[in-house]
Design a protein around this ligand. Structure first.
Ligand code: NAG
Ligand code: NAG
Ligand code: NAG
Ligand code: NAG
Length: 633
């Protein structure tokens, strides 16, 4: 029955008017010189293109398994990059198997990206996922490397350079793959309410469920404007009265969808799908009018969970129950004062949907059909599901992180919302060899930081301690507190119950008793190097960080300050003479103090006597003062 679907239902733009746009990124060859330049390549519709970012790698072309249609394990080939090395971009030839299989085998062999060389001279095409339901489809979602199709001529040149033994260095660049004109991203999701089409339907439902949270935050804060869209087909006039068109279409053959099971005799019909699609468009329209367009995400997820075809619940009743429960949710919020009413009026939705049996246009579905036709930079929508960001079709897998990364690349630089810089969309390049950035093994601190634009190597701030350096080969803790983290990168060691550290405020400096650059310090052998304990009769013993010195003769005593041995008796005499000095000192001080005391008493008496005398006879000074006082009075 597949033939019927293909044969009877037409997309509005027909067969030859269609304009499919191949979405591209650029590939810059930086070496060898003979190939230097910027080339176009086509983004594959699977894996994770690094929208907004770039990737540098070295091209390899396998000696065997050149089409990449088998696991490279079978040939004992690995493309895992060495620590600190660039990733390998594996070049394989087109043909013999699905593009996705090539990407999967390349990824498993450790390649960082896959470049597929076209096998004929033609304009670039888009590599897509297999159309047929593939029992091994689960590997599709596991492809995480980016892929690019390159022209036959570029492929031939790259292979030639590799044959000559040149190292081929390239840079895949997605920075201009999406327009990023302003601080709001407009995006559309072309989808389908059908949940019985295998892997493709499952991945859409899964995507909506996972992306809902991020989508709603972005929408509520005004960062994005989202519009859901649904593809509809039409029935050619000659078949209008056929049983097939009647079961697949509404409004007299104007709006159709393929039968979900591709079997007209059982299950749901195409027209059930069209009606549910129409309801989802109308729900978005009504919700948008009441200022809450993000309710669409809730509805679509809930509908997929509560009204699946498998359980025979893909019905109007079930859909309306879901809409009502979204309303109730809102009402209970209002009671508690959390949120204004959602205002999803079932009546308004039904009005919007109109009469499916009427022989006239439905304005909503008509608009959907018109929107299918490409405008400006956007090609026709022919692949379901399709995501359109800033009027350009997204290529890559429908995965929350990958899509968020692409949306984030649609903001003018520096206007992207915080969610774009959060770890939710980390590229995880840092998990692999720290993205080639600086890393301190001992403290597990790295300069690698994931951003949606790719990893950056930037010396970090850890526990308030700022690291400075180039971020690639060198970072060093600076400022106070730096010795707290991994001892400031300096040497430290505990031995024999003693701990020495080379970390000082200005950097690393071996402590006294050690020599070295501060990162490595060795004990100085003071005895061997004749730095201490050199007196004749001295016995030198090196210790860790210091030394011990004694006199070979037990009757002698070692005096460190003078690096000499003296007799113990002499030292006692010295002791006595000290006491004598102290004694005389004390006597002298006593005499001195007595003299000062005497003098102070005398001068005190003198001034008292003068004061008493002054009361009876004017003294020179006193007189002068009295004159001044008089003058003032
Ligand atoms: C894909 O990934 C999932 C989850 O990580 C895993 O369970 C599954 O086995 C993978 N499939 C293949 C083909 O590797
Ligand atoms: C949603 O509403 C906004 C303004 O409120 C409008 O600009 C936009 O076109 C509407 N979207 C749809 C799909 O109706
Ligand atoms: C190092 O840090 C990363 C992330 O902070 C963590 O996942 C990893 O387990 C750590 N490794 C060690 C050896 O502590
Ligand atoms: C070195 O210093 C660090 C941090 O100050 C400390 O955690 C570590 O225990 C020290 N190592 C030794 C051997 O003392």
């Amino acid at each position: 029955m597949v033939w019927f679907r293909v044969w009877v239902l037409f997309l509005l733009w027909g067969s030859c008017l269609g304009r499919f746009v191949v979405e591209k990124n650029s590939l810059k060859v930086t070496s060898p010189d003979s190939l230097k330049g910027i080339y176009e390549c086509a983004i594959g519709n699977f894996g994770v293109p690094q929208y907004g970012g770039t990737m540098v790698g070295i091209v390899a072309y396998p000696k065997a398994n050149r089409k990449g249609c088998q696991s490279f394990d079978n040939f004992d080939i690995s493309y895992k990059s060495k620590p600190g090395g660039f990733p390998t971009f594996l070049l394989v030839d087109r043909g013999d198997c699905y593009f996705t299989a090539k990407a999967w085998y390349a990824q498993n062999a450790g390649a960082g990206a896959v470049l597929v060389a076209d096998d004929k001279l033609e304009p670039l095409i888009t590599m897509d996922t297999p159309e047929e339901e593939d029992s091994r489809a689960d590997y599709l979602q596991n492809i995480t490397i980016p892929s690019a199709l390159i022209t036959k001529s570029l492929g031939d040149s790259l292979k030639k350079a590799l044959r000559n033994g040149d190292m081929v260095n390239v840079n895949l660049d997605w920075r201009e793959s999406l327009p990023h004109p302003d601080d709001r991203v407009e995006y559309e999701f072309w989808t389908n309410s059908n949940d019985e089409c295998g892997a493709k339907c499952d991945s859409q439902i899964e995507f909506v469920k996972n992306f809902k949270g991020a989508a709603q935050i972005l929408e509520k804060k005004g960062y994005t404007q989202f519009t859901p869209h649904y593809i509809t087909w039409y029935c050619p006039e000659a078949f209008l009265l056929s049983k097939q068109c009647k079961s697949q279409c509404i409004n007299h053959g104007r709006y159709c969808a393929p039968d979900p099971e591709q079997d007209f005799s059982k299950g749901y019909d195409g027209k059930d799908v069209v009606i549910q699609n129409l309801r989802q468009v109308c729900l978005h329209k009504v919700a948008n009018e009441s200022g809450k367009p993000w309710v669409w995400w809730d509805y679509v997820t809930d509908f997929a969970i509560r009204c699946p075809m498998k359980e025979k619940k893909y019905t109007t009743d079930c859909a309306e129950t879901v809409i009502k429960s979204l309303g109730e949710l809102a009402i209970s919020f209002v009671v508690y004062g959390y949120m204004p009413p959602l205002g999803i009026d079932l009546k308004k939705i039904n009005e919007c949907m109109g009469d499916p049996d009427a022989d006239e246009d439905n304005p909503v579905l008509k608009a959907e059909q018109d929107a299918q036709i490409g405008k400006d930079s956007r090609g026709d929508v022919t692949i379901l599901p399709t995501l359109v960001i800033n009027n350009r079709q997204y290529r890559g897998k429908l995965d929350k992180a990958a899509v968020l990364k692409a949306i984030c690349a649609g903001f003018q630089e520096a206007t992207e919302p915080a969610v774009c810089l959060s770890e939710e969309i980390e590229t995880n390049e840092c998990l692999d060899n720290h993205g080639g950035c600086w890393k301190d093994e001992a403290s597990n601190i790295t300069a690698c930081r994931d951003t949606f634009r790719g990893r950056i190597c930037e010396c970090p701030v850890v526990k308030g301690v700022k690291f400075v350096g180039d971020g690639y080969t060198h970072c060093e803790a600076s400022g106070s507190g730096r010795c707290e983290i991994n001892n400031g990168g300096c040497w430290n060691k505990t031995q024999d119950g003693k701990t020495y550290s080379a970390c000082v405020d200005e950097g690393c400096k071996c402590p006294p008793g050690f020599k070295g650059d501060g990162v490595n310090c060795q004990d100085v052998d003071e005895c061997k190097e004749r730095l201490a304990c050199q007196c004749s009769g001295c016995k030198c013993k090196n210790t860790w960080g210091s030394y011990e010195c004694s006199c070979s003769d037990d009757s002698l005593l070692y005096i460190k300050e003078h690096d000499t041995c003296i007799s113990k008796r002499a030292s006692t005499e010295v002791g006595w003479s000290f006491l004598w000095v102290i004694f005389f000192g004390l006597v002298l001080a006593g005499v001195g103090a007595y003299a000062v005391y005497k003098y102070r008493i005398r001068s005190y008496m003198d001034s008292e006597i003068r004061a008493i005398m002054a009361q009876y006879m004017p003294l020179d000074n006193q007189e002068a003062q009295n004159h001044i006082q008089h003058a003032e009075i």
